[in-house]
Design a protein around this ligand. Sequence first.
Ligand SMILES: C[S@@+](CC[C@H](N)C(=O)[O-])C[C@H]1O[C@@H](n2cnc3c(N)ncnc32)[C@H](O)[C@@H]1O
Length: 281
Amino acid sequence: MNYRHSYHAGNFADVFKHVQLTLLLQALRTKESPFCYLDTHAGTGRYDLQGATAQKTGEYLQGVMRFWLRDDVIDDVALADYLAAVRVLNPDGELRYYPGSPRIARHFLRPQDRMVLMELHVQDAVFLKREFRGDKQVHVHCADGYTGLKAFLPPPEKRGLVLIDPPFEDGNEFERLTDSLRIAYQRWPTGIFALWYPLKDNYRVQHFHRQLVVSGMRKLLLAEMHLHTHPPVNTLYGCGMVIVNPPWQMDEKLRALLPCVLAGLQPGGEGKTRVEWLVPE
Ligand SMILES: C[S@@+](CC[C@H](N)C(=O)[O-])C[C@H]1O[C@@H](n2cnc3c(N)ncnc32)[C@H](O)[C@@H]1O
């Protein structure tokens, strides 16, 4: 396991993923009954953007930094709510810390809600446990996230969201993702699942989509953001999210939100977004 998210924290892919996470959690909050948030590949929960790893790549400069201090031009509610979650870690107005998915989710949890976090990297799991030490609503496990899905689903709350956000270090990650989703869906057919994936190898992405289409699962919404109109070969040129059982009107909300995200990330107007049903109801 070589992947360390601290090199990439706050980059364009994190912005894309975390604004959608915000939308999904906001939808879950519309009902009073408790929900459970599960994060299979949680990371450390908080990243120091002044640290050596983030500074080495500077990826956050083309990501979250493009939205920071631009409240005046942000009129999308989900984008504003996402930035509010980032601001909580940076109360003095300087962008120093970036919240990973667990910290963003924690921001939207109510007293009746709960979250379960899994992280396989031993050192990152230690950081994650430290981040949420003493927080009774947060359960951290140093464990394989795919195995954890079998152990923790369905949650007693019966309502909630699973974020599956693997590093895609291994050539078979798309297959593992699809197989694990199939099993998780059987255990919890009404749960919301959000699966992040990179846009780099078109063949693999198309194969992934086809496998999902023939899987028998229903209500699969696809959202993609392409940063370039003519992507360079063999580079990460965008990313996507497949949402299983999306909340009501998620498709319309994403069609409004993603162009705002892209415009913030690519002020020159390059790229495109795509929101469509991979499998309808
Ligand atoms: C893309 S990062 C996660 C970022 C995080 N979800 C966020 O949005 O802030 C992927 C994480 O998965 C961890 N990881 C890799 N393989 C794993 C596995 N099989 N189970 C759980 N965690 C894993 C890595 O150590 C890394 O921290």
